[in-house]
Design a protein around this ligand. Sequence first.
Ligand SMILES: O=P(O)(O)O[C@@H]1C[C@H](O)[C@@H](CO)O1
Ligand SMILES: O=c1cc[nH]c(=O)[nH]1
Length: 350
Amino acid sequence: MFHFLQPKNKTNVLGRETKSVYQNSMKTSLLRKELKIMAPILLNVGNESTDCLEHGLVHVKNPHLDFMEEDILYHFNLGTKTHNLPAMFGDIKFVCVGGSANRMKAFAQFIFKELELKGDCNDIDDICAGTDRYSMYKAGPVLSISHGMGVPSISIMMHELIKLLHHARCRDVTLIRIGTSGGVGLEPGTVVITDTAVDSFFQPQFEQVVLGKVIVRSTQLDENLAQELLQCGKEIPNLPTVLGNTMCTHDFYEGQGRLDGALCSFSTEDKLEYLRKAHKAGVRNIEMESTVFAAMCRVCGLKAAVICVTLLDRFKGDQISTPHELLLEYQQRPQYLVSHFIKKHLGLHN
Ligand SMILES: O=P(O)(O)O[C@@H]1C[C@H](O)[C@@H](CO)O1
Ligand SMILES: O=c1cc[nH]c(=O)[nH]1
């Protein structure tokens, strides 16, 4: 099913040339050597098609699903036989995801008010109440879902979300991750719209181990959507917004070069050198989900964006010592931006 990709370069929104996944894999091995990090056992470059959606429908890329009588979305506590998914979710146009269940509930209530939907925002129930893995709230055409922390957690959620949108026969859906991050040379509170999601080697790719082989997928996001969101950020007063690359790591402490974890084998200068390299590669913030989120959306032809606020400047420290109230205010910034964007799309702006 997987063939080798023909390398093909592209230009991104900043006018920079982006390398093909194949070329990036080669670069990654060199960088791994430079950083004295073990190379992956095998690199297999997949060419899963990323064709545009037929009539805007959400396409899953799994032929086995067609032969299943029932699909149980176990971690959502939903299923094709137990729930009428088209009736429940068929009108969804925007899906916003973020790590914390409380944040995503607050966002659902906020967007409910912003869209002036009928009823009481406090009555929005958790659709996934039957499981405590993820929380899911619906406010009109907006779905708000928590994904927990890190790649494995968001990846499970994304499999079930994409299948849910497919079973519900949703059309023209936009997915946006609204999260928090560590800034790289930015004032805390800056909102970063991801240009390209990159891995710990600053490469725009996500590696997934499948049947003992490493599949490499591109993490390219929708350039027009990122530009549109940047414009929305500019239209909101006092919302510092920038476009930059987002580095996705598999750990908050050692993986992000922190000196304050339970384990640390590097010096302050090593950390700063790595951050300087990241900054030079266009990285403006660090978080833990963007690459797999971008890669899965891309393969399934879904429009996607990542918007994360920075909680601190990693050049200046590691501990998040910002007062709780200010952290809450920071977390709301991507929500304001997304609300502005959604309202614009629904023609609700005055
Ligand atoms: O969406 P959130 O704010 O949870 O994303 C970042 C990345 C990790 O999941 C987490 C670490 O604190 O925050
Ligand atoms: O430094 C940070 C802050 C939030 N989330 C991260 O992943 N890193």
